[in-house]
Design a protein around this ligand. Sequence first.
Ligand SMILES: [Zn+2]
Length: 114
Amino acid sequence: MNCIPIVIALSQRGVQIHSPQCSACVSGMESTDHMLLKCPFAVEIWNQIWDWCGITPNKFSCLKEMLTYTTMIGQCPKRTTTLLSIISGAIWGIWKERNDRIINNKIHLPGIGV
Ligand SMILES: [Zn+2]
């Protein structure tokens, strides 16, 4: 899962990194799972999405675990596809916000429509 060019993955590829810390919370190392699941910024977004979808929030250790769980609770193919689409959009939004923060110095607050 370290194919996303975040700080830890870039460092492992030999790219010189100024700081390995997450730019959103500055309390964790920027790994894929931290950025997309464990960072307080991401947690707030996921909590809003789970609430919006009527799903009890869960803490996942990795993205694969969240996708597996979503597939199991989908109840039917159409709902599963819808949930996975929502998750894909949220992942894209978190990634885009991270890049805006680092590249453009723009800071957004968590929320639907990030
Ligand atoms: Zn963070």
